[in-house]
Design a protein around this ligand. Structure first.
Ligand code: NI
Length: 468
């Protein structure tokens, strides 16, 4: 009897002691560090340097704040700028994180011997000239815990326009970005670890809202807890500016430096590649890939009767900065038609393209190049012909097509090809990089005429944009 009581007593006392030691040790560990920081400023500064060495800080001056309260400790590093608005915004972000932290702590007793810790640090970037990006790394460790919960928050500001850049104002379409992020996760995590079975159900702001602009890449930070069932911390997915050029909202002044088409040089040789008779599910998509890899733009004169089956390709063309023109609905020779029939052939295609892309089609390429006075007088858009005919539909030979283009090409040319043939796409695979290598800018028809300072008018036909 007595022996058993002894054992129980011993066990109870041991348990209490283990518990007390654990609690004491944790409390002591934090207390000692914080006390040192409070008593000795040199230790504090040393801490500051050590803590910041891995964080890139291109913009702003670092200030820090250490607060030591009954059940909480904050260590916060934040940037200070010349701009009052920015400092105000940063203060708001920091205060938001502190109040969220305090909310989480409210469940703990005031006399908890262990403290909750809030640690905030940041990275800052200054690219391009007027844009400052900050990404805050916010770590919260609850009392008695050892692992911090981490999340990130961004802040991007244009110091010239004095405007905050959010994903809503900066991007018009984030499909390429969300697709890239999806690839990142799907190649690294098994299917069952995702919160959402279907990636497209993840709210967009969880994927694209935390971005910064670095010198070579736009970087998107995704908090793992928003994607994965068991996730702490974050991942970053970087995008080359060329690859997401079409995602930027060109109506926002701040996005100008990211959009290449605005940096076209009127003094460089420039040509327009044009593709008729598509879209074609396989070949047009492959051509779009090639154009994208080479950061080249083209013009697609689509057939309405084909386009109606490929609305997603039309969207892709527009999203990636290409121009869509009208190649009529059913490829009839317009010069054989009545005014009414001409109007039908043209407007059916225009209406469909506009219903999908929300853009007006502003160019017509008459099938077979067949144009007479009736056609010229009864169409509302400029008629775009060509100065180089590759005859790709006839040869279906990639080497011949390549030769046609490369031996004849001159500044201001409009080149005719067809994106429905595999041989044409095979040829483009080499032609496009070769033309760029030779110094040509590959642009849309609109861009070509704009660069050459030539007005495009309805009731007119154009073969090229040659000025000499
Ligand atoms: Ni045609």
């Amino acid at each position: 009897m007595r022996k058993r009581l002894h054992i129980i007593l011993f066990l109870v006392v041991s348990l209490i002691m283990v518990f007390a030691i654990t609690v004491f040790a944790q409390g002591f560990k934090l207390n000692s560090i914080i006390d040192l920081i409070r008593e000795d400023k040199s230790v504090y500064i040393e801490t500051l340097e050590e803590e910041t060495k891995d964080y890139i800080k291109e913009a702003g001056r670092t200030e820090s704040m250490n607060v030591y309260e009954d059940i909480s400790v904050y260590t916060i590093y934040y940037p200070v700028f010349e701009n009052a608005q920015m400092n105000e915004d940063i203060k708001e972000i920091i205060n938001g994180a502190i109040s969220e932290f305090n909310d989480k702590l409210s469940q703990y007793s005031k006399f908890t011997p262990s403290r909750g810790v809030l640690y905030i640090n940041y990275e800052s970037f200054n690219y391009p000239e007027d844009i400052v990006s900050v990404i805050f790394d916010i770590k919260y460790t609850p009392p008695f815990e050892e692992t911090a919960e981490t999340y990130l928050l961004n802040y991007v500001f244009n110091t010239k326009t004095n405007e905050t850049m959010t994903s809503e104002t900066t991007f018009k379409n984030t499909d390429i970005i969300t697709e890239g992020i999806r690839d990142y996760f799907e190649t690294r995590y098994p299917k069952e670890s995702f919160i959402y079975e279907d990636f497209s159900n993840i709210p967009k702001d969880k994927l694209v809202s935390n971005f910064v602009f670095k010198k070579d890449n736009a970087v998107f930070y995704i908090n793992k807890k928003d994607i994965l069932k068991e996730g702490n911390g974050y991942v970053s997915v970087s995008f080359d500016y060329n690859s997401i050029e079409s995602c930027f909202n060109e109506k926002n002044e701040s996005t100008k430096p990211f959009i290449k088409r605005r940096t076209l040089d009127p003094n460089l040789p420039t040509i327009a590649l044009t593709f008729d008779d598509g879209p074609h599910r396989v070949n047009t998509n492959r051509l779009l890939d090639i154009l994208s890899e080479n950061n080249a733009k083209a013009t697609f004169f689509v057939l309405g009767s084909r386009a109606i089956y490929e609305p997603d390709i039309l969207m892709r063309m527009v999203n990636e900065g290409h121009q869509i023109g009208n190649h009529t609905y059913s490829h009839k020779s317009l010069s054989t038609l009545t005014i009414n029939e001409i109007d039908q052939e043209v407007s059916k295609t225009n209406d469909f393209v506009k219903s999908v892309t929300a853009k007006d089609v502003e160019l017509i390429r008459p099938p077979y190049g067949a144009v007479n006075q009736t056609v010229i007088s009864n169409t509302d858009e400029p008629l775009i012909l060509w100065s180089i005919d590759t005859l790709d539909w006839k040869s279906k030979n990639k080497d011949k097509i390549r030769e046609e283009v490369l031996t004849k090409v001159k500044d201001g040319d409009i080149i005719l090809m067809h994106d429905i043939y595999k041989s044409t796409i095979d040829a483009c695979e080499t032609i496009i990089p070769e033309l760029i290598e030779q110094g040509y800018q590959l642009v849309t028809v609109d861009e070509l005429f704009e660069l050459k300072g030539i007005d495009l008018n309805a009731n007119n036909k154009y073969y090229s944009a040659k000025t000499k």
